[in-house]
Design a protein around this ligand. Structure first.
Ligand code: NAD
Length: 495
């Protein structure tokens, strides 16, 4: 059985004998086992990170940028291989895997501009003959803990910027699909990154807790479910670390009566069922405003029936399986709860079987109508191909639904009315907003992050937020001896 190791100091290695199975979700078969690292692995990791920091932080930003640019080329050359690794451990379609690597690559491109991004500010003569300037300096050892749903893109929201800023980075990827992180680390080494600057440690919550408790680690970046995000945030903050912890979501797409319904249906289809709904920006609630619900549902239903659900090896596949047997069962349980609580089940994805892949973790596209605010399937994140339609009498009711929900990651409105869309973007309590755009994921040079229970901490990921998160601000005030008047000064200088 293939063993997925750690990548520490440029070597594949591990001390621990403990492992966890890794599956191909399309077939349901175990394909590998991943190391669950122990304290000894962690000590080796820290030793490597501490040793590498001084050297790396002294590289000029331009030298760092050149290595990052080479890394970008390596990813481009190996794009198909990376996508194949992702699809075979995660299950999403091949083209979707490729797309996710490219979105991560955009952060690498952004990070290669680090000489410009790190430029400070300078003010001449802030007092007579006194100058002042600010610089951004690296934090030291930074760590990232990432979820299963984007095994390349989410780590790439973090480590390229951290490393560009002169930090060293420790990645603890999801134990469900860990191979891609190792390959990325190898490609970075091949680009000339010194050993130990980017280490990958595999494991579960034992390693996470060692990271959170380590005095030598300066910052923690987390993406995953809300209960874990909250825990990471609280524990890291209590230990004096800088922390950004992104959590779960329940994204609403509001369809106004004046929207182009066909465009809205196309938007909803991709956003609800793409990647089997395992995206933190997936649309899990469509809010039908006014009297459009029946027509909207009919069109979604008809399209969902033609959706090609298949393994990633089928090039026509539009939706693959879920990540694990447990996750499939969890989603099927949510569908049963929805039915029991009185939602109208229009399309039922339970017990979905594909010939030749009977043991795969597939759930078919699922559609509920008449969902209400009180229902479990509305309140909780399902993270699968389950779309709830909720009917709102008017725009105000729709906006209140969006704002009253505990999560605040993304939302979207389909309308042709500029006044309404402007009101919506101004008043909604959500971090990322789309106008006639179903999944408004910001580009690398903007920043990604939600509000409310979807983000704990003050900084979003990538863009300038990323640069600020991974650096400390220092402001210097300077004068030269000839301009210093003799004698001590006891009052606050004011000129
Ligand atoms: P998860 O929270 O189960 O795991 C995320 C990471 O935390 C993994 O590396 C895991 O090993 C670790 N972990 C899990 N339980 C832990 C514990 N008790 N203590 C310490 N560490 C623990 O999330 P997941 O199932 O891998 O990913 C899906 C979730 O991620 C969804 O909720 C989704 O919305 C969220 N997500 C959010 C964003 C965002 O940007 N807000 C992006 C992608 C995914």
């Amino acid at each position: 059985m293939k063993k997925i190791n750690n990548y520490i100091d440029g070597n594949l290695c591990s001390y621990s004998n403990s492992t966890q199975p890794v599956y191909d979700p399309s077939t349901g078969e175990q394909t590998a086992e991943v190391i669950l690292s122990n304290k000894k692995d962690f000590e080796k990791l820290l030793e490597s990170s501490v040793k590498s920091f001084d050297n790396w932080s002294n590289f000029t930003p331009l030298k760092r940028s050149r290595i990052i640019s080479k890394f970008k080329e390596n990813i481009e050359k190996n794009l198909d291989e990376l996508a194949k690794i992702i699809s075979s451990e995660h299950g999403k379609t091949f083209e979707d895997s490729k797309g996710s690597v490219i979105r991560g690559l955009e952060v690498v491109e952004f990070a290669s501009g680090i000489p410009h991004l790190l430029k400070g500010e300078f003010s001449e003569n802030v007092g007579t003959n006194i100058d002042s300037w600010s610089v951004r300096q690296s934090l030291g050892i930074t760590a990232g803990i990432t979820p299963f749903n984007f095994p390349a893109m989410v780590p790439m929201w973090m480590f390229p910027i951290s490393i560009a800023c002169g930090n060293v980075f420790i990645l603890k990827p999801s134990e469900k699909d860990p191979s891609c992180s190792i390959r990325l680390a190898e490609l970075f080494s091949e680009a000339g990154l010194p050993d130990g600057v980017f280490n990958v440690i595999n494991g579960d919550k034992e390693i996470v807790n060692l990271i959170l408790n380590s005095k030598q680690i300066s910052s923690v970046s987390f993406v995953g479910s809300t209960p874990v995000a909250k825990y990471i945030y609280e524990k890291s903050a209590a230990n004096g670390k800088r922390v950004q912890a992104l959590g779960g979501a329940k994204n609403h797409l509001v369809v106004m009566p004046d929207a182009n319904i066909n465009q809205a249906v196309d938007g909803i289809m991709g956003a609800a069922y793409g990647s089997a709904g395992e995206r933190c920006m997936a649309v899990s609630v469509a809010v039908a405003v006014g009297d459009i619900a029946d027509g909207l549902i009919e069109k979604i239903h008809d399209k969902a029936l033609t959706l090609k659900v298949a393994p990633w090896t089928d090039k026509d596949s539009e939706m693959g399986p879920l990540i694990s047997k447990e996750h499939k069962e969890k989603i099927e349980k949510y569908i049963s709860i929805g039915e029991k609580e009185g939602a109208r089940l229009i399309l039922d994805g339970r017990n979905y079987k594909i010939q030749g892949y009977e043991n795969g973790f597939f759930v078919g596209p699922t559609l509920f109508d008449n969902v209400t605010k009180e229902m479990t399937i509305y309140k909780e994140e399902i993270f699968g191909p389950v779309l709830s339609i909720i009917r709102a009498k008017n725009y105000e009711e729709a906006l209140n639904l969006v704002n009253d929900h505990a999560f605040g990651n993304g939302t979207s409105i389909y309308t042709s009315d500029g006044e309404v869309s402007r009101h919506f973007t101004t008043k909604c309590k959500i971090g990322m907003v789309g106008i006639n755009v179903p999944i408004p994921v910001p580009m690398a040079f903007h920043s990604f992050g939600g509000w409310k229970q979807s983000l704990f901490g003050d900084h979003s990921m990538h863009g300038m937020e990323g640069v600020h998160f991974f650096t400390k601000l220092k402001t210097v005030t300077s004068r030269w001896p000839k301009s210093i008047q003799s004698g001590p000064e006891f009052i606050m200088p004011t000129n």
